[in-house]
Ligand binder design. Structure first.
Ligand code: NAD
Ligand code: UDP
Length: 373
């Protein structure tokens, strides 16, 4: 399936066919790519999303597909899906620090109450269920690189805790439903993932740097820029999620999913500037509290048990992402221009004709404001 302006780097291999699959958070960045892939395989896909950070734009091409349906719902409320459900991918949760800190209590509730509702649905339908967990469960790690056996170093009361501790609690719930109820579970610990459909205002490093570089704006480096991350391209991640979901029942995870190529944030900034032929300079800003210093996954578990490893290196992945944002920024500013022209025309049409334009004194200010809104 084509994704707007870029072809997939992976083709859908016939893992299995014709399942009925729920994807929570399916209108988000990762979720919408996963929905594309599952539809391409022949699944019936039910996308559940409250559109907190997701967008209908991400799933619009799927809306006319007979196998796809969209259900606007907040997973903090109990989830009712008629008919059988074979698989549930639980991706619903804002992932960017900017967005999860916008509503920290809501984020924690999504991770705990929302995950519990998803697990109850899985229990009722005897579905296999996968949790999109995160490298954030390792916190600011004291072990490097991070294997799944590392139990982490998380500040439970800091600004990132709503997400980090929420995701840790979600893993706990998954494993307790597995132990107590025998539910078939899979837990994927996802490391920083990037690619087309990240939000322009997402606040995450790759999208920020690309948007800033394309606009010729300063590249905002938080702290020294010597902190590291390991970046996985979206297509590799989606193939890893699917492989894990379709693995033998005894493989529960947690399994790290990420690309072990590690870069400093400043290296990423310089790559983005060079690739987008930008004139932007680096602009150092304060480091946010509890920002992890290093992050790199050990992926032996996925490699040895399922033969998965990422195929898309940083250069190819950044090129595809820059191409997406180049088109996207251009088209959104074109759309904004057209919208501005349309609303200016509409506002002009609503204005009184020049000859009777003298307004009633008492209404003057309000009338004008309302007309121009
Ligand atoms: P995203 O913000 O683009 O997508 C999250 C989706 O969940 C959005 O569509 C949002 O509207 C929806 N959502 C949020 N709260 C919800 C709720 N209460 N009920 C229903 N829908 C809700 O983020 P993403 O990058 O696509 O991340 C998807 C999942 O993967 C998240 O669970 C995230 O924690 C996990 N993850 C992502 C990364 C990454 O680098 N992108 C890394 C680690 C883990
Ligand atoms: N970062 C940065 N400039 C930005 C956005 C992020 O220097 O404009 C840094 C951030 O401080 C962190 C790293 O890039 O060290 C990755 O940040 P992101 O929010 O993408 O992911 P996370 O911190 O959750 O891994």
């Amino acid at each position: 399936m084509k994704r707007g302006n870029d072809a997939r780097f992976h083709s859908a291999r016939p893992l299995r066919r014709g399942l009925r699959t729920v994807v929570t958070g399916g209108a988000g960045f990762i979720g919408s790519h996963l929905c594309d892939q599952l539809i391409q395989r022949g699944d019936v896909v039910i996308c559940v999303d409250n559109l907190f950070t997701g967008s209908m734009r991400n799933v619009r091409p799927l809306l006319n597909h007979p196998g796809f349906s969209f259900y606007q719902h907040d997973i903090r409320e109990p989830l009712t899906i008629p008919g059988k459900v074979d698989r549930i991918y639980n991706l619903a949760c804002p992932a960017s620090p900017r967005h999860y800190q916008r509503d920290p209590i809501g984020t924690m509730k999504t991770c705990v109450m929302g995950t519990n509702n998803v697990l109850e649905l899985a229990l009722l339908k005897s579905s296999r269920v996968l949790q999109a967990s995160t490298s954030e469960v390792y916190g600011d790690p004291e072990v490097h690189p991070q294997p799944e056996s590392y139990v982490g170093h998380v500040n439970p009361i800091g600004p990132r805790a709503c997400y980090d501790e929420g995701k840790r609690a979600a893993e706990t719930l998954f494993f307790d439903y597995h132990r107590i109820h025998g539910l078939e579970i899979k837990v994927a610990r996802i490391f920083n993932t990037y690619g087309p459909r990240m939000l322009e205002n997402d606040g995450r490093v790759v999208s920020n740097f690309i948007v800033q570089a394309l606009r010729g704006a300063p590249i905002t480096i938080y702290g020294s820029g010597r902190q590291t991350r390991s970046f996985c391209f979206i297509d590799d991640l989606v193939s890893g999620l699917e492989l894990l979901m379709e693995s033998a029942p005894e493989i529960t995870g947690p399994c790290n999913l990420g690309n072990p190529q590690e870069f400093t944030i400043e290296e990423i900034a310089r790559k983005v500037i060079a690739k987008s032929r930008s004139v932007s300079d680096l602009d150092h800003r304060p480091l946010p509290k509890d920002d992890p210093q290093r992050r790199k996954p050990v992926i032996e578990k996925m490699a040895t048990s399922l033969g998965w490893e990422p195929k898309v290196g940083i250069d190819k992945g950044l090129d595809a992402t820059i191409a997406y944002f180049s088109l996207n920024i251009a088209s959104s500013s074109r759309e904004a221009k057209v919208a501005n022209i349309d609303s200016a025309r509409a506002a002009r049409a609503r204005l009184p004709k020049r000859r009777d334009a003298r307004p009633q004194p008492a209404l003057n200010g309000h009338a004008k404001q309302d007309d121009m809104r």
